[in-house]
Unconditional design. Structure first.
Length: 443
């Protein structure tokens, strides 16, 4: 997957190995944030994404500066492929007052004393208007370290014309998802009706041994009653018989999956179903039109689940003007800027006010399913049958978790025994956590 396609379709990929993100091991001297006067110049760093996203952010900074005279914000873009590496390599004292960060990397930056809690510098209204799901992504040890403008979600896109032609009944929403057995039966029917004998796209072109593998398919773990890690341990959470059984089912779908080497398996009508996220909607809607339906992921026993999380904004731990930084973040999280950014990239708005009025995500909108899932957040630890949107583990050890899980997923997809692959991944994760004292924060 090229960087351009990754930016367009995901915008949430963690690209650094754990050893890079967790260098310094949380043992360095914590930077001291100073509130400051709330006036003067503040610096802002952001990842350079799609042109439309960049323009929306530039407009937000310009309008903030023209809206008042007390604070002047200066914006610097860093190429997305270098962004997290740049934050990692920069000392806390040299980081900007306001910085964007990739959601799964947040805990590593806190662990290495590079992010400050933001609650004291944001208005209560800004925090209250943020969705619970987006707050879960940036909360560690009870402290909020950032907020996002937008969130993400997963589902199954369906081509109603092809589904109906094959006589396949499909869900109407989160209340009646396909069971794993139902989904398997649907794939068999669809494959039998297709001369290619293919029925499903799982974005294999993204690469399964990547963050897409973890983000896209950890919902199978959660829906089977497991977890990537629980109470600091992967063994007994990731490698349970139920999770292994779920991945055995996933493995059985391989013959019906289109390898999607051109990225157009669903849009061109080669398959009837696509396991993807909100970012695929613009292209799919254009290609499929009124025959496009959006469905929940299948239920493996503990309810349908989805991943969530994306880029977020925080305050550098070494900022000497955090009060002014908070003023900018309050402005950035306002309806005008959130609407502009989510209109630019099509992502799920991460504020309650914009989410409820978005043409795509409001009740009756074509992507309301994603909003419904995010309105039932699990956080990263209390994963149960009654919640839907699960946060990737908020720990500085996440790079190890995602690397090991995605490698196991890729091995299973290639034919490896699911129980053996998951047990191997769990052991590697637990060994790393043991070696790093569980990535506990310095007190």
């Amino acid at each position: 997957m090229t960087d351009a396609r990754r930016t367009l379709r995901l915008g949430l990929l963690l690209t650094l190995p754990a050893v890079t993100l967790t260098a310094c091991g949380g043992t360095g001297t914590a930077a001291r944030t100073t509130a400051g006067s709330g006036t003067g110049t503040i610096s802002i760093w952001a990842h350079q994404g799609q042109d439309s996203e960049n323009t929306a952010l530039q407009n937000a900074v310009a309008s903030f500066n023209s809206s008042q005279s007390e604070v002047k914000a200066t914006l610097k873009f860093v190429p997305e492929k270098d962004y997290t590496k740049t934050l990692t390599a920069t000392s806390a004292s040299a980081l900007p007052d306001v910085l964007e960060f990739d959601g799964p990397a947040m805990a590593s930056f806190v662990y290495n004393h590079k992010l400050a809690p933001v609650t004291d510098y944001l208005s209560p209204g800004t925090v209250a208007n943020a969705t619970d799901a987006i707050k879960a992504q940036s909360t560690l040890d009870g402290k909020l370290y950032g907020l996002g403008i937008y969130d993400s979600g997963l589902g199954i896109y369906g081509n109603k014309k092809l589904l109906d032609a094959a006589g396949v009944k499909y869900p109407t929403g989160l209340d009646d998802p396909w069971t794993a057995a139902d989904f398997t039966a649907a794939l068999q029917k669809l494959a039998a009706a297709n001369p290619s004998h293919k029925a499903l796209d799982v974005k294999e072109d993204y690469g399964l041994a990547t963050e897409w593998g973890s983000y896209g398919f950890s919902p199978i773990v959660w829906s089977a009653g497991g977890a990537l890690i629980k109470q600091g341990k992967a063994a007994g959470a990731l490698d349970t018989p139920a999770v292994a059984g779920a991945f055995k089912t996933f493995q059985s779908w391989r013959p019906a999956i289109d390898p999607d080497t051109d990225g157009n398996a669903f849009a061109n009508g080669r398959v009837a179903l696509s396991w993807s996220g909100h970012w695929s909607y613009p292209a799919y809607s254009k290609a499929i039109g009124s025959d496009l339906v959006v469905l929940p992921l299948p239920d493996f026993g503990s309810g349908p689940k989805t991943g969530q999380g994306s880029w977020a904004w925080g305050i550098g731990a070494g900022s000497k003007n955090a009060k002014a930084a908070g003023k900018f973040l309050d402005y950035l999280m306002g309806d005008t800027n959130v609407s502009a950014m989510t209109n630019a990239n099509g992502a799920v708005p991460a504020t309650k006010t914009v989410l409820s009025s978005s043409p795509l995500y409001k009740p009756g909108g074509p992507l309301h399913l994603f909003a419904q899932g995010l309105s039932q957040p699990c956080g990263d630890s209390d994963i149960n049958k009654s919640c839907v949107a699960v946060t990737r583990p908020v720990t500085a050890g996440y790079p190890v978790i995602t690397a090991q899980f995605s490698q196991a997923l890729n091995a299973v997809y290639g034919g490896a025994d699911p129980q053996s692959a998951l047990t191997k991944a769990a052991r590697a994760i637990d060994q790393d956590f043991s070696d790093n004292n569980g990535y506990s924060l310095s007190k």
